[in-house]
Design a binder for this molecule. Structure first.
Ligand code: MTE
Length: 307
């Protein structure tokens, strides 16, 4: 991955005018080589990188769809609600607390995260449990690179994630659509798998709020709801964490939630999907096409029971 340092950038590289006007802020963060929004819903700042070998070469879903057709129930339940309402979320300052079964609990903020890590550009398939899919160019860091620094102990069997709870800025939290805050979890080997990404950007820019700014998980072989947005806490746990959708409808949403065309949702088939921007349905692939990387994690498990 190539991080463009501030010194390498010309004004032509920084095309949107609002970004150009924020150039001083951007240069102030030159030590990281990366510009960050400094207050509220910051203007997107360019991030650049080379495509990783994990990337698919399939055509990408348009940026308009990736940033305009979202699930983020903290901002409403309709697909266009997040883009419309998420501007109220202040993403700076922002810290993630890391605690639980680890030798070095601590906190991480976005700026130090970006200074200490090399970003990768990963074009991943993204399959929502509702039957639609996208192809999204994310920018992020393998989650394992972050987690290892906190030295999980031998008791750390799982990793639990929590989204911010702030109803004043997340109007959807005023209604009990889910048991807030949104929570997710992975088994530690899933969390440490090289495909699992902590994303901070997409389409070459910092994440927009509707996509989970400033940091969200991306687990491409699982249904999209595992990819929790706007994370404020990561805990290493000995027991399997509770997750928002499993708490809300356990018969419909299991802990594993691997993309699996052979296990139907109780109310619809999971055998096919519609890629946003296309009309035809295409067959859904086991593990969303990432079986080579992840099938071994589930060897010997009955994936109909552990759906
Ligand atoms: N994270 C939080 N905090 N709240 C949510 O409602 N929705 C999930 C997931 N992460 C959700 C969330 C679902 S159902 C999907 S499909 C993906 O986010 C959607 O990600 P995208 O909008 O970036 O495509």
């Amino acid at each position: 991955m190539l991080i463009r340092h501030a010194d390498d950038l010309t004004e032509n590289d920084v095309t949107p005018q609002d970004v150009y006007l924020r150039r001083r802020e951007f240069l102030a963060l030159g030590a990281a080589g990366i510009g960050l929004g400094l207050a509220g819903e910051a203007a997107a700042i360019p991030l650049k990188g080379n495509v990783s070998p994990f990337s698919t070469t399939e055509p990408k879903t348009s940026k308009e769809d990736v940033t305009g057709y979202n699930n983020f129930y903290e901002f409403g339940v309709d697909k266009d609600d997040p883009a419309r309402n998420a501007g109220s979320l202040k993403t700076s300052p922002w810290t993630i607390k890391i605690d639980g079964e680890c030798a070095r609990p601590g906190t991480v903020d976005l700026a130090s995260f970006l200074r200490g890590n090399t970003l990768q550009d990963r074009v991943y398939r993204h399959r929502c449990v509702e039957g639609w899919s996208m192809v999204i160019p994310w920018l992020g860091v393998p989650l394992a690179d972050l987690l290892k620094r906190y030295q999980p102990t031998s008791k750390a069997k799982y990793v639990a994630f929590e989204t911010l709870y702030r109803p004043s800025e997340m109007p959807g939290q005023k209604r009990r659509v889910l048991d807030w805050p949104y929570r997710e979890g992975l088994r530690i080997d899933e969390a440490m798998n090289p495909l699992t990404l902590m994303a901070v950007g997409l389409y070459g820019e910092t994440l927009k709020n509707q996509n989970g700014a400033p940091m969200r998980l991306v687990v491409p072989w699982k249904y999209g709801f595992k990819s929790i947005k706007s994370i404020v806490r990561i805990s290493f746990t000995e027991t399997q964490p509770r997750t928002a959708w499993n708490l809300s409808a356990p018969q419909e949403y299991g802990f594993y939630s691997n993309v699996n065309p052979q296990v139907d949702h109780p109310r619809w088939s999971q055998a096919s999907e519609r890629r946003i921007g296309e009309f035809r349905r295409r067959p859904t692939l086991m593990f969303n096409g990432y079986g080579e990387q992840v099938a071994s994690l589930y060897r010997g498990m009955d994936l109909k029971k552990f759906f």
